[in-house]
Ligand binder design. Structure first.
Ligand code: PLP
Length: 405
């Protein structure tokens, strides 16, 4: 008798074509960093926007609320749309921020899941979504996954990185379904002015588009600027607001985000039902950590001024050092914890960033991973680390760029 395995042939598993079009530069650079570390370099990580990796401690009452929820037995699946106390707290919080005509609130596994679910519920293959350039790369990756198309619109570096309304208007076509606004923006730290937001809403209204407002950094304002929730300016238009606990509340690992659908009830009814359907098939978001939402939004906020104070000092140090180096120019970020300096260099930012990590151990992310105007080069760095680390890392960058060619 022949061995049963004789007939078994092992074949290579070919990944999908679409997987070759997904890039996430923020983590991709880690492959090069790992080689540098093996070769003996000490790594200085300025690549990931994860506050608890640095000296930003999770507020204790959020840990306790989650712990208590587990002890109280909230360890099964949660309702697909979110636990009631969390949903009500988000709704009330959004109402206080001026968002009216709220038709639904859903809790998701971070804004990351919210983006995918809301795109899946809206788009057919070949539809496109206008996304900011520079902007957070997950939007493009989510579109690749769903067979949608990302159409980049320009944020204007000469205008403090405000979205360029003419460019947005020019790029709308008959397959456009939505516009994404990241406000405050990752990677530029820009906060949209009221006239910019009004202009975007006007274009959306003219073409019947949904507006996605990613406002996850709305409370991390480092300058005396006002953040205006986009949905608050147009209660009648279909706006989907994304927010969550990851950044302001220092718990990215809790994986808690949410979706607020606002607009004229009859115009969003079918869409919100489609979102709910996709949420049902993925069962629920993390159950115990949803119990941190109400204490986060309604409880002690005293950590926030401390976070802002630290970030402001680190931002100021970062911008003044960057702008003191030759061949680097940085528009000061007004919010969040990222800087997106421009490089006057002879080769691409991707090559620059790879050489930088190999030779100095400093990890930043190439601007091409976020989108940038053709012919320009940038990198994104986080200024979450303490001043000493920033000083050390930035002086290495300054020395390196001096001699890099
Ligand atoms: N949106 C923006 C603009 C971000 O910068 C990030 C994370 O860096 C996310 C969404 C993802 O957030 P979450 O942790 O809620 O999935």
């Amino acid at each position: 008798m022949t061995h049963p395995n004789a007939a078994v042939k092992s074949r290579q598993v070919n990944p999908s074509e679409r997987s070759s079009r997904v890039h996430y530069a923020i983590r991709d650079i880690m492959l090069v960093a790992a080689e540098a570390q093996k070769a003996g370099k000490q790594l200085l990580r300025l690549n990931i926007g994860d506050p608890p990796l640095y000296d930003f401690l999770t507020p204790r009452h959020l840990i306790e609320a989650t712990h208590q929820a587990m002890l109280a037995g909230h360890n099964g699946y949660a309702p697909s749309t979110g636990v009631e106390e969390a949903v009500e707290s988000i709704r009330a919080h959004a109402g206080r921020a001026g968002i009216r005509n709220i038709q639904d609130v859903f809790v998701s596994s971070g804004v990351s899941e919210a983006i995918e679910v809301c795109f899946a519920a809206l788009l057919d293959p070949g539809d496109n979504v206008l996304i900011p350039s520079p902007g957070y790369p997950l939007y493009e990756a989510a579109l690749v996954k769903l067979g949608g198309e990302a159409v980049s619109y320009e944020c204007d570096e000469q205008d403090g990185w405000q979205p360029n309304l003419d460019d947005i208007a020019r790029r709308v076509n008959n397959r456009t379904r939505a516009i994404v606004v990241i406000n405050p923006n990752n990677p530029t730290g820009a906060v949209c002015r009221r006239d910019t937001l009004m202009g975007i809403l006007e274009i959306a209204s003219r073409h019947g588009l949904v507006v996605f407002a990613d406002e996850i950094y709305d409370k991390l304002l480092l300058d005396p600027v006002t953040h205006i929730p986009l949905a608050s300016l147009a209660p009648e238009l279909p706006v989907v607001t994304f927010n969550g606990l990851s950044k302001t509340y220092l718990v990215p690992g809790f994986r808690i985000g949410w979706i607020i659908v606002s607009g004229e009830p009859k115009n969003v009814e079918q869409y919100r039902e489609a979102i709910a359907k996709f949420l049902r098939v993925r069962l629920s978001s993390n159950h115990p950590s949803q119990f941190a939402i109400k204490p986060a939004l309604e409880g002690d906020q005293s950590h926030i001024p401390g976070v802002i104070e630290k970030l402001r000092k680190r931002r100021d140090l970062t911008v003044s050092l960057l702008n003191s180096f030759p061949r680097i120019k940085c528009v000061p970020p007004q919010a969040a914890f990222y800087a997106f300096p421009r490089l006057e260099i002879p080769r691409s930012d991707a090559e620059f960033v790879k050489d930088l990590v190999r030779q100095t151990g400093v990890i930043v992310v190439p601007g091409s991973g976020f989108g940038q105007a053709p012919g320009t080069n940038h990198f994104r760095m986080v200024f979450l680390p303490p001043e000493e680390t920033l000083q050390k890392a930035l002086h290495l960058v300054g020395d390196f760029i001096h001699s890099w060619s």
